[in-house]
Design a protein around this ligand. Structure first.
Ligand SMILES: [Zn+2]
Ligand SMILES: [Zn+2]
Length: 725
């Protein structure tokens, strides 16, 4: 039997049932057989699982049992050393270790940050995912960022905003990598021999993994031990599109090892944070005036992790539930547990900032940058609330020291991070000084302080809800800050509204072949055949007219003497808009003439934006991405990311740097290149605007006269060229 044929019926529960009914095809493996695993059905959730323990009745899911991996005698595990162990195991078993990709996912149009290791190898082409990889199978110490669980960070003992998803990946197309037998064999060996899991404590739960829209899905096996989910091995096997389900040509084994979790399990400490951020936490605690009380924390540690703050029962908050179930007193919770949770969050957030800025992101008011701003402000709030006297740069340096053996460029933006912290701190303090008058006026208006109002005050005025609660509390007004406040303001991982812009004109181009583009060969006149005419709109078999795209306006000119006022592209078909109805018919041959004056100005402006963009990165740093550009015949305009308004001196320096390139003489070339070749040659900074959804890229390269690279960008526009040959 196969997967469901009907798209409407694709849901995880029924897929799991289908897969489990045919478990020999979807879950069993040679390893289970020769180790003697027994297949059982969980008494609580009904899922099927594999175990070596005859007596076991439960699948091992964290929801059914508390953590039991805490040790009396805990051990310190060095982050980088443990990665070496992990890498050694997998390279000895045929994997190639590759370097991490940036946490800022510039190669994808639809995501700000890298949220999973598999994303490194995914490229979007014609709206579909394709895979690109240099070796197979591979492991990668991929740092990932996710902010939607931010309210859990520090509280549950296990959530992080930045975490290493150690990717273990095997691609099965065009050559075979490996599939379930080898995956479970490696999984079992690593867990029992390297991580030290007792064989009889290990369970494998049969489950289903799916993309949100079920465009790709497959069976997965979750490994659990002592109440902790250790890893999920995903077998991406099927795809569905428009109601049709089929087996993927390129099936992928995608095992995303939560690396910090492995260290936590191995160390036997109460929280993941204590296991991974040892030095950072002792520095914070020394300057926080608290001694963390791990014997008190022990009361909540084993259950803190599997109560989800969002999923907490109605009418009972997360904290109430923790207090009720652990029996810890309210007093102890607020005076001992809360400050510990706060310190954990600070340690996590600073590491996230380190990776974010190093890989070219900045706190800002939009998209992913906004999430960085939120975490940094949360750190300032915590420092304020608990009167912590710490140097945040010292924390950054401690993180860098831990990470340096794995990530050799982790120190490359230390100065920028220091500036970012200073600038954001200044902004934060300014906000606070204006906060009081805003709060006063709200009290006068007697407006209720509900969740919506708190959110508004945070988003438009930057006033944190904790501060409002504290200030109003002094005046005897109770403010209820929702526990999920921060996750409610956080921006989605996905880029909104970055879909292809619809063409300004509409014409049915369905059956028409893509237009041959003569403009890349710098043709400014040509004879062409008319394929279709609709009102003032004309489609030709080939054209010298550049269609508006990438912020560069369209060429103008004439077709058979009639003025061309606009040129647009739809699905590769170029549509010419004429000033008046054409006097020629379909099938005739016409004479195209481009307005070369206008084109020259457009090209000059376009090439200038590349130079200014490159100069900005030289002057300001690699975070100075080009966020948008507009090139018309009259002028060029570009938006550049920076953490504060550019000073007059900086603007001057950027201009001077760009002008010097022109005076010294530069060489501009454009060539078509395979995407992976371009990425590995020039890095991800080729995607200045955003990822380009094509397998072949046009790379515009600017070199100085000695041949030294000044800038390289993927760009389909027209530029002033020093033509070769
Ligand atoms: Zn269960
Ligand atoms: Zn360009």
């Amino acid at each position: 039997m196969g997967p469901k044929d009907d798209i409407m019926k694709l849901d995880k529960d029924s897929l799991r049932k289908d897969f489990s009914n045919d478990y020999k095809s979807y879950y069993s493996s040679e390893l289970f057989e020769h180790e003697g695993f027994i297949r059982k059905k969980c008494k609580i959730c009904g899922k099927n699982f594999w175990t070596l323990d005859q007596e076991r009745e439960l699948c091992g899911d964290s929801e059914h049992e508390p953590y039991t991996f805490f040790k009396d005698k805990t051990s310190d595990i060095n982050y980088a050393d443990f990665w070496k162990k992990f890498a050694k195991f997998f390279t000895e078993n045929g994997h190639t270790e590759i370097e991490k990709y940036p946490v800022v996912s510039r190669w994808r149009q639809d995501l700000y940050f890298t949220i999973a290791s598999i994303q490194d190898f995914q490229r979007i082409e014609d709206g579909r995912v394709s895979f690109e990889y240099s070796d197979n199978p591979i492991i990668v110490p991929q740092m990932c960022m996710r902010f939607n669980d931010i309210q859990n960070v520090g509280v549950t003992g296990r959530h992080l905003t930045a975490f290493m998803m150690a990717g273990q990946l095997a691609f099965n197309y065009p050559k075979e990598g490996y599939w379930r037998d080898r995956t479970t064999e490696l999984n079992f060996k690593f867990l029992t021999q390297v991580l030290g899991v007792e064989k009889k404590d290990l369970t494998y739960i049969e489950d289903v993994w799916a993309m949100g829209d079920f465009s790709e899905y497959g069976p997965c096996l979750e490994s659990f031990s002592n109440g902790l989910e250790l890893v999920n091995s995903v077998f991406t096997q099927f795809e569905s599109s428009r109601g049709k389900v089929q087996e993927l040509r390129g099936k992928v084994v995608d095992v995303g090892w939560g690396f910090e979790r492995l260290i936590w399990f191995r160390s036997g400490k109460q929280t993941l944070y204590d296991s991974v951020f040892k030095d950072q936490l002792s520095y914070i605690h020394r300057n926080m005036g608290i001694k963390p009380d791990h014997s008190k924390y022990a009361q909540i540690a084993s259950i803190a992790g599997y109560i989800d703050i969002d999923a907490s029962k109605k009418g009972e908050s997360y904290e109430q539930e923790i207090m009720r179930r652990s029996g810890i007193s309210e007093d102890d919770y607020y005076s001992i547990i809360r400050p510990m949770q706060a310190s954990y969050a600070v340690a996590d957030h600073m590491r996230t900032l380190l990776f974010g800025v190093t890989d070219g992101a900045l706190p800002s008011n939009v998209g992913g940058g906004y999430n960085l701003r939120v975490i940094l402000r949360r750190v300032f709030d915590i420092i304020n609330t608990y009167g912590i006297d710490i140097d945040l740069m010292k924390l950054i340096e401690m993180h860098a020291k831990d990470l340096r053996p794995i990530y050799r460029d982790i120190d490359s933006s230390i100065d920028e991070i220091s500036t970012v912290i200073d600038v954001e701190k200044r902004r934060y303090n300014n906000t606070k000084s204006s906060a009081n008058s805003i709060i006063d006026s709200l009290i006068k208006k007697k407006e209720p302080m509900n969740a919506e109002k708190l959110r508004m005050l945070y988003e438009s005025n930057g006033i944190p809800p904790e501060y409002i609660s504290k200030e109003l509390g002094k005046k005897g007004i109770d403010v209820d800050v929702p526990e999920n406040f921060y996750s409610s303001i956080i921006k989605s991982d996905f880029v909104e509204g970055k879909k292809e812009k619809h063409s300004k004109i509409s014409m049915d181009v369905e059956e028409i072949e893509k237009t041959k583009k003569l403009f890349y060969d710098f043709a400014d006149s040509a004879k062409a055949k008319v394929l279709k005419i609709e009102k003032n709109m004309v489609i030709l078999d080939s054209t010298p007219f550049y269609a508006e795209s990438g912020g560069q306006e369209a060429d103008h000119g004439t077709i058979n003497g009639i003025k061309v006022v606009d040129v647009q592209s739809a699905s590769g078909v170029i549509i010419h808009v004429l000033h008046s109805k054409p006097d020629f018919g379909e099938g005739s041959t016409v004479e195209c003439k481009v307005d070369i004056d206008r084109r020259a100005r457009l090209m000059a402006h376009h090439t200038a934006t590349h130079l200014v963009s490159a100069a900005a990165r030289q002057v300001l740093g690699k975070h100075a991405w080009q966020e948008g550009a507009k090139k018309s015949a009259e002028k060029a305009h570009i938006d550049i990311a920076h953490y504060e308004k550019l000073s007059a001196a900086q603007v001057k320096e950027i201009e001077a740097t760009a002008n010097k390139c022109i005076l010294d003489g530069i060489k501009v070339t454009m060539r078509e290149m395979g995407r992976s070749e371009a990425e590995s040659k020039f890095g991800f900074s080729i995607y200045q605007g955003h990822g380009v959804p094509a397998a072949k890229l046009r790379i515009v390269e600017i070199d100085d006269l000695s041949g030294k690279l000044i800038d390289a960008e993927a760009c389909g526009g027209l530029h002033l060229m020093n033509r070769e040959g």
